[in-house]
Design a protein around this ligand. Sequence first.
Ligand code: F6R
Length: 365
Amino acid sequence: EKGNHRHFMAKEIHEQPTVVAQTLGHYLDMANETVHLPGDVTIDFARLERISIAACGTAYYAGLIAKYWFERYARLPVEIDVASEFRYREAPLGDNGLTIVISQSGETADTLASLRYARDEDQSVLAVVNVATSTIARESDAVMPTLAGPEIGVASTKAFTCQLATLCAIAVAAGRARGTVSAEEERALVGALTEVPRLMNEALGLSDEIETLARTFAKTRDVLYLGRGTSYPLALEGALKLKEISYIHAEGYAAGELKHGPIALIDENMPVVVIAPHDAVFDKTMSNMQEVAARGGRIVLITDASGAKQAALPTEATLVMPDMHPAITPLVYALPIQLLAYHTAVHMGTDVDQPRNLAKSVTVE
Ligand code: F6R
């Protein structure tokens, strides 16, 4: 049921504060401000030497963000690949490795094949899945459910942010087990995660402003998304979301890659969405944004109040997000990205919940 929403996608975007709170409740002990993985998960994080991640599409982008968290908080090397490459590239996986597969449906053919490959290579396999009865859940050594509830819209939204919530909790738990996250840091990170549902509600308040902006997006042919750090995978996700439901060509790039090619595309017709919370890499992203402005690019900046103040550049629009701990920005900044794709597609009149050529679950390679 869509409730009072026009599309399942809109309903699922707006459900995120609730379902992310549910998912976090499963992994966090909010009263004691600690991470608390379910009892049946017996991964010895202290013994691990590395993590491999395999997934497809939006789930792959969740994995790319998690790579930053595992490396930073658990000091574990992470390699990640799309499942369709992982399964065939004959990667040597080595001893004491954990493979994490991420999937909403739990039935994606390439992700399942990656899981089987990893098991054959003697890796422990952890699945982050939304459908608890799925094949991927059944065949994994450990399952971390995302409690997003059924996702009907073909474009993944709430499953993505619930995957991020789960993966962030696992990374902090791994850091605790390995002694790379102190009790004090754990408290700060759990406190930050606990704030996510409230911050998401605030971000949803930007919907009208984004709807207005989407009117101009609906008239463009190409859009570029830029971000650094964990905002880089979010740039990739923003581009995917826009292209799959509005059919506008979009590309996501690491902001630092701009001058290595995509800058050639910039002119006064192409919107450039810059995802830049005021974090440790903000200044670097701003100098990339400057390069876009110097070439007459139409900038849409997504940042917070201090970022907006320091940007000091003319933009077509600046979406001002609430202030938050840098660890959790991908969860909250995902919402304006989803809303921009959604409203653009609605303006264009496409079939938002059932975009052409796409299936909700890809069970063939
Ligand atoms: C994008 C999207 C797809 C899926 C991908 C993986 O909005 O929905 O890219 O994320 O097909 O599907 P699951 O997560 O079911 O393995």
